[in-house]
Design a protein around this ligand. Structure first.
Ligand SMILES: Nc1ncnc2c1ncn2[C@@H]1O[C@H](COP(=O)(O)OP(=O)(O)OP(=O)(O)O)[C@@H](O)[C@H]1O
Length: 228
């Protein structure tokens, strides 16, 4: 194995995801080779339908490849069993979505603690880490508020805290600024950049926009499921 591959947090070889729909074969991701080292902030770009969400879903362990190899933080996602993938999703990756995906009936603190409680971590340690993260994100005064009482930017910062609660090696973000105004979008991008710079998180952002261009360490352009 080459040294770049050995150091990579994300390593894909001939990674493929095809769909069969009404007898037709549709290509989501087509034999993609990829090595992403620790601490990089990578942008996935490409027109609608080029495969950005498919690739993110494969990296997130939300979807299964139909071919190739995929290793993230030393975990083989091709051979992983269902329970192993559940554990991977809880501990290795943190997800940030365009529509925030917060639980509307849980307050900010409860939303952030949820993935850690699901991972079986003790309540008191989880609470203090959640408060620490929320204070770092400027939400220390909003712990008991419900998502519906927050602005879009505050909801996305809550979602970032939730993504970080289990200290994942990799943060995956699908259009994280898509529902935010320019100012709040810039704050979210700067937070993700800070996580890659200071905490050495590997951050992968799928986006149509140009807001993250200046903080990216690498840009990957997809077309018809292939890296251009
Ligand atoms: N569940 C599915 N069944 C069939 N085809 C699918 C499915 N999911 C994705 N595809 C197809 O795979 C290709 C890549 O889709 P994908 O959603 O990854 O693109 P994208 O770049 O994320 O697009 P967008 O920017 O619009 O979100 C498209 O041709 C899409 O129609």
């Amino acid at each position: 194995m080459k040294s770049s591959a050995a150091a990579a947090v994300i390593h894909a070889e001939k990674l493929t995801r095809t769909y069969t729909l009404g007898g037709a074969r549709i290509i989501g991701i087509d034999a993609v080779d990829l090595d992403i080292p620790e601490g990089e902030l990578v942008l996935l770009k490409g027109v609608s339908g080029s495969g950005k969400s498919t690739l993110l879903s494969l990296l997130a362990g939300l979807d299964r490849p139909t071919g190739g190899q995929l290793t993230v933080a030393g975990r083989d996602l091709i051979r992983a069993s269902g329970p192993t993938l559940d554990d991977y999703r809880r501990r290795v990756v943190g997800m940030v979505f365009q529509s925030f995906n917060l639980m509307p009936t849980l307050n900010v603190l409860e939303n952030v603690c949820l993935p850690a409680l699901l991972a079986g971590r003790p309540d008191t340690a989880v609470q203090s880490r959640a408060v620490e993260l929320l204070e770092w994100l400027g939400l220390g005064a909003r712990l008991t508020h419900l998502p519906g009482q927050l602005s879009g930017g505050e909801m996305q910062r809550t979602a970032i805290a939730r993504a970080l609660i289990n200290d994942p090696a990799v943060i995956l973000a699908d259009e994280p600024t898509g529902n935010l105004d320019t100012r709040n979008g810039a704050v979210v991008i700067e937070l993700l950049a800070e996580l890659s710079r200071s905490s050495k998180k590997t951050v992968v952002i799928a986006t149509h926009g140009s807001q993250a261009d200046k903080v990216a360490t690498r840009r990957i352009r997809l077309r018809d499921g292939r890296i251009q």
